[in-house]
Design a binder for this molecule. Structure first.
Ligand SMILES: C[S@@+](CC[C@H](N)C(=O)[O-])C[C@H]1O[C@@H](n2cnc3c(N)ncnc32)[C@H](O)[C@@H]1O
Length: 291
């Protein structure tokens, strides 16, 4: 082996050691955090399993929080709605995004921040982002995208994201919009405009998957990518994957991150944790076709 090769393999070894140390630190922080779940702002929610402990909140008052994800230094200010919803308000169209930041959004945020190169120079759309659109907000805060549009079909979610956006000066063009999937007059202005679309925990409602698929197809340019994060939840995730196969190259990733795996193993000891309901799977969709 030449000196140069030895040096480069040593620095590669050092780099791997640094990466490994950083991952263990992230995991240790997240484990501490998940031991302390009730201290998180979403302890008001009715969810039994609340989070993987990857998000760090600093309370700023009047429902505002500075939030960062444990794998990144980017921060945004978001308002978390603290409202009680009756069971009937939670069904139909659709207050589920105003209840809390769901674990899928937490995982989408973490995944995006670990893989920012996916977004470099791209126009990006978050669908069904709920009351924070946290993944989109933090990706926008990284400054790597050319444009970020945050959407939900629920007007209260969107007005809340607009309030949050006013508290941040993000380094890229960012806006919040009502965009109900499959509603032509709301979807068509975005036709073919996006390189990347993403959504978290949006596969739950049986009557929503068709329109979500149509919307992804409409908004993505040919060759564009969708990141869909959701629990398996009694076949809903795999059902959506099957629906996508005629239109997208579909990859399903269960093991996308060592830290998340460790947290899921730990969560499995929580009596409230149900892997089928709570573990977010990742689906990466590539729209078939060329520009
Ligand atoms: C379970 S919440 C997830 C919210 C957020 N992504 C999270 O994980 O915290 C599902 C979101 O999808 C939105 N949604 C459901 N059906 C929709 C539709 N047809 N058009 C647009 N948004 C919809 C809801 O308003 C809600 O915010």
């Amino acid at each position: 082996m030449t000196g140069a090769n030895t040096e480069s393999s040593e620095s590669e070894g050092e780099r791997q050691g640094t990466v490994a140390r950083r991952r263990w630190r992230i995991l240790a922080e997240a484990l501490q955090r998940s031991n302390n779940r009730d201290a998180s702002p979403d302890s008001v929610s009715t969810r039994k399993f609340q989070s993987f402990g990857l998000l760090l909140f600093e309370e700023l008052g009047q429902e505002f929080y500075s939030v960062r994800c444990i794998n990144s230094d980017f921060k945004v200010i978001v308002r978390l709605l603290r409202r009680d919803f009756s069971p009937s308000q939670l069904t139909g169209f659709n207050n589920t995004g105003n209840v809390c930041i769901w674990p899928s959004e937490e995982i989408l945020t973490y995944y995006c921040l670990s893989n920012l190169k996916i977004f470099s120079g791209k126009s990006v759309l978050e669908l069904g982002g709920g009351m924070t659109s946290l993944a989109g907000m933090l990706v926008a805060a990284s400054g790597v995208v050319s444009k970020m549009v945050l959407t939900d079909g629920n007007a209260l979610s969107v007005s809340n994201v607009k309030v949050s956006l006013q508290k941040n000066s993000l380094p890229v063009e960012t806006c919040a919009r009502v965009l109900r999937w499959g509603v032509a007059e709301e979807v068509s202005p975005h036709q073919g405009k996006f390189d990347v679309a993403m959504c978290a925990d949006c596969l739950f409602f049986d009557d929503g998957r068709d329109s979500l698929l149509l919307t992804l197809l409409a908004v993505l340019r040919p060759g564009g990518t969708a990141l869909v994060v959701a629990p398996a939840r009694s076949g809903t995730f795999h059902c959506f994957a099957s629906m996508c196969r005629p239109h997208f190259r579909v990859a399903i990733v269960e093991k996308y991150d060592h830290v998340v795996d460790q947290l899921a193993q730990k969560s499995a000891r929580d009596p409230h944790y149900n892997h089928n309901l709570h573990f977010p799977l990742l689906m990466v969709l590539k729209k078939i076709g060329t520009n």
